[in-house]
Design a protein around this ligand. Structure first.
Ligand code: AMP
Ligand code: ZN
Length: 495
């Protein structure tokens, strides 16, 4: 009745059967944001993907432990160990403390997480809370795998087997990277501790056996994933850019720490499966956080789009495909979401009771136990789609097929939809159609005011007083409200 879960492992480059390390459990680590600025919607695609994975594991009955980290130290402006710490740089530019910067942008990120219906992980692990553990980890591998230079402690990538297997283009140069630090043994060697240059003072620095300084970026993820999930854990996720440098370096550290050999055995990397979402791209290249107005979720909302329309846009593409962002695409997703909500509302109107959510949420097993007969094959097809490396586009189609079924008992139908939405996370059982009508920034007219004029216009039309009706329509138009008579989706007006 359940389809085995197949996931694409970037390390082996194969679809693999998900076999948990611990029976009936799933332990997942997701590389989180560097909180020096607002996340753009591309960044948020990475977390919608990780959330879809987590929800799928829960749906299939695994007890999920998900960790997402918050990087508040160590991420340099250049991945190849050059440049400044992103956090230090932003703090200096803003003349603010790093801690204030981190707090502000962590909260902004969490607001986006909430708006996109991304479930709370078991742990939000903050890098600066793990400095002692990072020092311990570094000390334990320093003798055998590291060497010291003027600027810090470096990891010698030739001391572990199969360095860089995860990356696509391994070359002698170490994935085509530039050897920017004088004295490195191999181009791909990376700092695990960065010493504060003599005569300088960083806002964030700690004592270490190698002098005052701060951890290298890759160290935190090895340490927090190992501490919170135990090596090897099940799945490690991130965006595809991490497949080239950050994750190969995490893997090398994990191999050193665990005393593991070849990556022929995937678990020697610290995780059994490494998964990467492809990028959200934008033709005009505005995704960058450094450009003046960049695409963040708030901008979408300011323009009047509900954030879950963006979630749906993400789900419409497979996570391993590039997704091109456009306003037209977002508009289409919003329309699709409206249709879905209209279908749910109509079904609810026909049902004499609403389905009760099982304790602990809907799972495939729960759905099977409660839902019988004609709807079971849909459940099976939905499961098949999502079990095929998280086939959300196909799963959505099955969801909509159920929505479109006419002669089905409405309560059963709602149960199936609610169960499927436990995976999709569109909030269709609780989201009200009216909530999709977000007011674009700068529109002052209140909803009550619009509804009042709309009601008066209806009365005038009923009384065949077309002069008044037209005048009211003009009044609305002057307020930026478009009246939508005869809209097939039943929307009477839009801003
Ligand atoms: P960062 O805060 O830069 O460490 O990025 C947070 C997450 O977003 C990482 O998993 C990145 O791989 C991912 N990411 C960055 N840009 C994009 C993009 N345009 N589309 C999808 N994911 C992205
Ligand atoms: Zn990471």
């Amino acid at each position: 009745m359940t389809t085995p879960l197949h996931l694409f492992n970037s390390l082996t480059r194969k679809l693999e059967d998900f076999q948990p390390v611990h029976a009936r459990e799933a332990r997942v680590y997701t590389c989180g944001p560097t909180v020096y600025n607002y996340p753009h919607i591309g960044n948020m695609r990475a977390y919608v993907f990780a959330d879809l994975l987590g929800r799928t594991l829960s749906w299939k009955g695994y007890k999920l432990t998900h960790v997402i980290n918050i990087t508040d130290v160590g991420h340099l402006t250049d991945d190849a160990d050059a440049g400044e710490d992103k956090m230090e740089k932003m703090a200096a530019e803003r003349a603010q403390s790093i801690w204030d910067i981190a707090k502000h942008y962590t909260e902004a990120y969490w607001a986006d997480v909430k708006a996109l219906n991304i479930r709370q992980p078991a742990h939000w692990s903050v890098a600066t809370d793990y400095i002692d553990e990072m020092l311990e980890f570094a000390e334990s591998i320093a003798d055998k795998h590291c060497y010291e230079l003027e600027s810090g402690l470096y990891f010698d990538v030739s001391t572990v087997e199969d360095y860089g297997r995860l990356a696509r283009a391994v070359t002698e140069e170490g994935e085509g990277r530039i050897d920017t630090v004088e004295g490195k043994r191999n181009a791909a060697d990376f700092a695990i501790w960065r010493k504060t240059p003599r005569g300088e003072k960083r806002q964030m620095e700690w004592d270490s056996p190698w002098g005052k300084g701060a951890p290298g970026w890759h160290l935190e993820c090895s340490v927090m994933s190992g501490k919170l999930l135990g090596f090897p854990f099940d799945i490690h996720t991130g965006g595809i850019d991490h497949r080239e440098i950050h994750h190969p370096n995490e893997i090398a550290q994990n191999q050193a720490f665990c005393g593991c050999g070849s990556l022929g055995e995937a678990a020697n990397s610290g995780a059994r499966i490494w998964m990467h979402n492809n990028f959200l791209v934008e033709r005009s290249g505005k995704m960058s956080k450094s450009a003046g107005e960049f695409l963040r979720l708030q901008l979408l909302m300011d323009k009047g789009y509900h954030p879950l329309a963006y979630r749906l846009m993400c789900l419409q593409a497979h996570y391993r495909s590039e997704l091109e962002f456009s306003w037209e695409g977002l508009e289409a997703s919003l329309t699709r979401l409206k249709r879905i909500l209209m279908g749910v509302a109509n079904t609810k109107a026909r049902a004499d009771a609403l389905p009760k959510e099982p304790e602990g949420g809907w799972t495939l097993g729960e759905a099977h136990d409660r839902i019988g007969g004609a709807l079971l094959p849909f459940l099976a097809r939905f499961d098949e789609a999502i079990s095929d490396d998280l086939g959300s586009p196909q799963a959505l189609t099955v969801f909509e097929e159920v929505l479109g079924m006419k002669k089905m008992d409405p309560v059963h139908k709602l149960q199936v939809l609610a169960a499927m939405d436990a995976v999709l996370g569109l909030g269709v059982m609780t989201l009200d159609r009216a909530e999709l009508r977000i007011r674009p920034k700068g529109v002052a007219t209140s909803e009550a005011e619009i509804e009042d004029i709309m009601a008066r216009r209806k009365e005038a039309r009923a009384a065949k007083d077309f002069a008044t009706s037209d005048a009211l329509r003009d009044e609305l138009s002057a307020k930026g409200v478009e009246v939508m008579d005869g809209d097939p989706l039943g929307w009477e007006w839009q801003l």
